[in-house]
Design a binder for this molecule. Structure first.
Ligand code: LLP
Length: 412
C-alpha cells in the first residue's frame, strides 16, 4: 500500500515506522493506518473531481471507517461526510464535521434519527422510501424548519460484485425504482418544508470496472434536471495483486464524461467513496500463534481473524499477507487462518510465507475499509487498537478493548 516500503533488512515499514516497532508498542492484533495515505486519497478525489466538474464535492462514506480520528481527518481535508444512522451522525458531529456537509442515509431511518439529523442541521437527508417523506414532514411541521433532500433511485443496474454489496438492482431493499422515484419527486416538489435538491444513486461496492458507474449516471439523467446529483460510492480497492480496480482518475472520468453529455452544466455533483478512500491506507498486524503442517496445506494461525476482519467470512474477500520482518516474495504457500471457531475464518489461501514460525509478525495489507466498522467480540475477542502512523511517528487513536470492556454492558 502507499507509504509502505521495506528497509535494508527486508522488514516492512509503514508511514516511516518499522511495523515491528508498532507491534512492540501496541501489541497484536493491531490496525495500523497511514494518515498521509488517507489524506492523499482524499485530495486525489476532491481535486480530481473539481478539475473535471468544478461545482462538486467529495463526501466520505464513513461506514467504511467510523472512528472519530478518521472523521476528523477527512473533515480537515474538506470532505463532506455520509452517515448512515444516528450513531455515525453522532460520531461525525463529535469529531467536528460541518453539519451542512452531512449526507444522511438509511433504508430504515427512525423518527429519532431523523429528528437528530434535522436538529443537527444536517445539510442533506436522502429519501429512501415514502415513509421518510411522511416522517420528515411531521418532524418539520413541529419545528417549522426546512430540510434539503435527495431522492435515492434504484436504476436496476447489477454490477459484477458480491451479491451482498450489490445495491442498485431491481429487488434491492435500497431506494426507489424509477416510477416510484418519479412519484416521490412529484410529491416533494409540492412539499412546503422539504426542499428537493436532486437525486442519489449508489449501485454497489467493490466494483472493479467503470461501466456500472457510467450507466448509473445515465439512469439518473433520465429523471430530469436537478440542482444536485449524488453519484454514490463503490469503487473497488486492490486487495490482492490480481485485483485491477480502475484508478480514481479513470473512475472520475467515467462519471464526468457521461455527466458532461447528460447532466445540466450548472448542476452540483457529489460522490461518496468509502472503501477506496481508506482500504489501502490500513494494514493489520498479527502474531503467528501456531503452525500446523501435514498432508494438506500448511496452516498458519494468527491471534486475530473474523472478529477484526469480517470481509473474508461475509464476502469471501481475499488478502495478501507477509512475514513483516523478513523479505517477502518467496516462501511456501500457506493458509493464513484466524483464531475463531469457524472454518470460514481464513484470511488467505495459498499465500507464500517465508518459513513461518510461532511468534512471527504477520502483516495483512489493505485492511482500512469495513474492518474496524464490522469488528466484533466473537469468542470474547477484544477489538484491536487503531494506530495512526505519519512521518516516522505513531499514536493510538483507538485503544485496545479490555476484558472489562467486554463486561461493561452486562448487568448483575
Ligand atoms: N454511499 C452509499 C449510500 C452506500 O450505501 C455505500 C456503501 C457507499 C456510499 C460507499 O461505498 P464504497 O465506496 O465503500 O463501496 N459491508 C460491506 C460494504 C457495504 C457497503 C455498503 N454501502 C463490506 O464490508 O464490504
Amino acid at each position: 500500500p502507499p507509504g509502505t516500503g521495506v528497509d535494508h533488512s527486508g522488514a516492512l515499514v509503514l508511514g516511516g515506522v518499522p511495523v515491528a516497532e508498532l507491534a512492540e508498542a501496541y501489541g497484536t492484533p493491531a490496525l495500523v493506518v497511514d494518515e498521509a495515505a488517507i489524506r492523499a486519497r482524499a485530495r486525489r478525489y476532491a481535486d480530481g473531481l473539481a478539475a473535471r466538474w468544478p461545482n462538486s464535492r467529495a463526501t466520505f462514506a464513513s461506514k467504511a471507517f467510523p472512528c472519530t480520528a478518521v472523521y476528523r481527518l477527512l473533515a480537515e481535508e474538506g470532505l463532506g461526510i455520509d452517515v448512515a444512522g444516528g450513531g455515525e451522525l453522532t460520531l461525525a458531529l463529535a469529531a467536528g464535521a460541518d453539519p451542512a456537509g452531512l449526507v444522511v442515509h438509511g433504508n430504515a431511518k427512525t423518527d429519532e434519527e431523523l429528528r437528530l439529523a434535522v436538529e443537527a442541521g444536517a445539510g442533506t437527508i436522502v429519501i429512501d422510501n415514502f415513509d421518510d417523506i411522511d416522517k420528515l414532514e411531521r418532524i418539520l411541521a413541529a419545528t417549522r424548519g426546512e430540510q434539503g433532500v435527495l431522492v435515492r433511485v434504484t436504476p436496476d443496474i447489477r454490477p459484477d460484485t458480491h451479491e451482498a454489496v450489490s445495491t442498485g438492482q431491481n429487488g434491492s431493499k435500497f431506494g426507489l425504482l424509477l416510477p416510484q422515484a418519479r412519484e416521490a419527486i412529484a410529491r416533494l416538489r409540492g412539499s412546503e418544508r422539504l426542499r428537493l435538491e436532486g437525486v442519489h444513486v449508489h449501485v454497489g461496492s467493490q466494483i472493479l470496472d467503470t461501466e456500472p458507474f457510467a450507466r448509473a449516471v445515465e439512469a439518473v439523467a433520465e429523471l430530469g434536471e436537478f440542482a444536485v446529483y449524488d453519484l454514490g460510492g463503490g469503487l473497488g480497492a486492490r486487495y490482492t495483486y490480481a485485483d485491477r480496480p480502475p484508478t480514481v482518475e479513470e473512475y472520475l472520468d467515467a462519471l464526468t464524461d457521461v455527466a458532461k453529455r447528460l447532466l445540466p452544466a450548472d448542476a452540483r455533483i457529489l460522490i461518496e467513496p468509502g472503501r477506496s478512500m481508506v482500504a489501502e491506507a490500513g494494514l493489520s498486524l498479527y502474531r503467528v500463534v501456531s503452525v500446523k503442517r501435514g498432508d494438506g496445506p500448511t496452516f498458519v494461525a494468527i491471534d486475530g481473524g473474523m472478529a477484526d476482519n469480517l470481509e473474508v467470512s461475509l464476502y469471501q474477500q481475499r488478502f495478501e499477507a507477509a512475514v513483516a520482518t523478513r523479505p517477502t516474495g518467496q516462501g511456501e504457500p500457506c493458509r493464513l487462518v484466524g483464531r475463531h471457531c469457524e472454518s470460514g475464518d481464513t484470511l488467505s489461501i495459498g499465500v507464500p510465507l517465508q518459513d513461518p514460525r510461532v511468534g512471527d509478525l504477520i502483516a495483512v495489507p489493505v485492511t482500512g475499509a469495513y474492518t474496524y466498522a464490522l469488528s466484533n467480540n466473537y469468542n470474547g475477542a477484544r477489538r484491536p487498537p487503531v494506530v495512526f502512523v505519519r512521518d516516522g511517528a505513531h499514536r493510538a487513536v483507538v485503544r485496545r478493548e479490555t476484558y472489562d470492556d467486554l463486561m461493561r454492558r452486562d448487568l448483575p
